[in-house]
Design a protein around this ligand. Structure first.
Ligand code: FAD
Length: 398
């Protein structure tokens, strides 16, 4: 008889591990245990129901930049199984994918059910045992691994932990002595109540520089005004790279924005020129390059310049205007979930893991993959990629 392998957690990482272990070792007895009645629930809702399964970037050096936590450790694993490999893996099983302009990759059906159907078919074909509605309550290392559920104790030669960002999974592992880092939310938008942006949802800037005051965190990228504050890639990225810091601030902090990344000096020259070229034109009516006109009008109104032509713009007001364009301060008073696409920063300390096998260093035979680890990424298919890469490496190791 081959090895007995128990995979705990029926999400992306658990399925990918179980399928590849059994595929490579048909004689192994592989069991997947899931505590709820449904498997792959996050895959189902992922990418707005389309499942952003991976990303078009392939080089490990490019990929790791999207992982605020896990960056260095993932370089070598990505050399072994990267974004191209998962597309090939899916293609071999009848799932074609396509890449969008921003390099996100989806199944061509644009339906996450395609990925679920593929995994479920593989589970059936490979005859992998799936136990639903069964929470693992305890695991003990004796000669074998002993897996305790409500109803039975199962013995295994190897255990894969893919319990995602769940307290129960982390508790089981800490009971074994593994360290968990601080768990905080990542990928959220900023709540801001401010006259300058109220009632301007949809107004966006293509390349803003956003800095968290009192920290080293700065991001450059698209910025979007929403009904409740600010969002867009620059904000989501900040929420991820500064996740721990923002949690320490209890999500009450100041940001400084340079809306188009231009220096105050350049703005001064632009406005001085406008004073000469269009002295009689009302400032509010001028279409300022790269500044959405609704925002420009709002700023002009805030600074009480609505009826002022360029010729009458005082030095003091000009400086205030430039300040608002290059170093506007906003008070953030909380966070909101981005399209329900929350991710947790934190998990099992990566120093506990041997990344050549994804095995716990102090427990040979105990493997970990997916969000249970202290690995998280920006949006773009990178979170799933960490699951595929981890699962693949485990299957090779076992
Ligand atoms: C709305 C949303 C959209 C997303 N969209 C994308 C996307 O498009 N692209 C992308 O890359 N990432 C996306 N993500 C992130 C991605 O879904 C996760 O990173 C990924 O699903 C994590 O997979 P996992 O297998 O590690 O954990 P999970 O999918 O959370 O699976 C863990 C499983 O373990 C089970 N479990 C836990 N404890 C036990 C126990 N004690 N016994 C038995 N079973 C247990 C849980 O019930 C669960 O089914 C999205 C996340 C959300 C919330």
């Amino acid at each position: 008889m081959g090895k007995r392998v128990i995979v705990i957690g029926g999400g992306a990482a658990g399925h990918f591990s179980a399928i590849n272990i059994k595929d490579k070792n048909p004689k192994y007895q592989v069991t997947l245990i899931e505590k709820t009645s449904k498997t792959l629930t996050k895959v189902k809702i992922s990418g707005g129901g389309r499942c952003n399964v991976t990303n078009g970037r392939q080089k490990p050096g490019d990929l790791i930049k999207f992982y605020p936590r896990g960056q260095k450790k993932l370089y070598k694993p990505f050399e072994r199984f990267n974004t191209k490999n998962i597309q090939e893996w899916l293609y071999k099983r009848g799932v074609a994918t396509h890449e969008e302009a921003d390099q996100r990759i989806f199944p061509t059906t644009n339906n996450s059910q395609t990925i679920i159907d593929c995994f479920e078919k593989e589970m059936d074909t490979l005859d992998i045992e799936l136990i639903r509605n069964c929470a693992v309550k305890k695991i003990v290392k004796s000669t074998d691994w002993l897996i305790y559920t409500d109803t039975e104790i199962r013995a295994a030669d190897a255990v894969v932990f893919s319990t995602g960002a769940t307290k129960s999974g982390w508790r089981l592992l800490t009971e074994l002595g593994l360290k968990v880092t601080q768990i905080v939310p990542s990928l959220f938008t900023f709540n801001i109540q401010d006259d300058r942006i109220n009632e301007l949802p949809g107004v966006s800037f293509s390349k803003a520089t956003v800095r968290v005051i009192g920290s080293k965190f700065t991001e450059i990228g698209p910025l979007l005004i929403t009904h409740w504050g600010l969002s867009g890639p620059s904000i989501l990225k900040l929420s991820s790279i500064a996740a721990l810091h923002l949690n320490e601030c209890h999500y009450n902090f100041q940001i400084q924005i340079n809306f188009i990344g231009q220096t105050a000096q350049v703005w001064r020259e632009v406005i001085d020129k406008l004073k000469k070229v269009h002295p009689k034109k009302l400032i509010k009516n001028y279409k300022m390059n790269q500044i959405p006109h609704r925002y420009w009008e709002r700023l002009v109104q805030k600074l009480e310049l609505t009826e002022t032509p360029f010729a009458e713009l005082t030095k003091k007001k000009q400086n205030r205007l430039i300040e608002e364009l290059t170093q506007a301060l906003f008070q953030v008073t909380g966070k909101s979930t981005f399209k329900e696409e929350f991710v947790s920063a934190g998990g099992i300390d990566l120093n506990e893991i041997n990344f050549e096998t994804m095995e716990a260093k102090r427990y040979p035979g105990l493997y970990l993959a997916g969000e249970v680890l202290d690995i998280d990424a920006l949006t773009g298919g990178f979170n799933f990629q960490a699951c595929w890469t981890g699962g693949w490496i485990i299957s090779e190791a076992i």
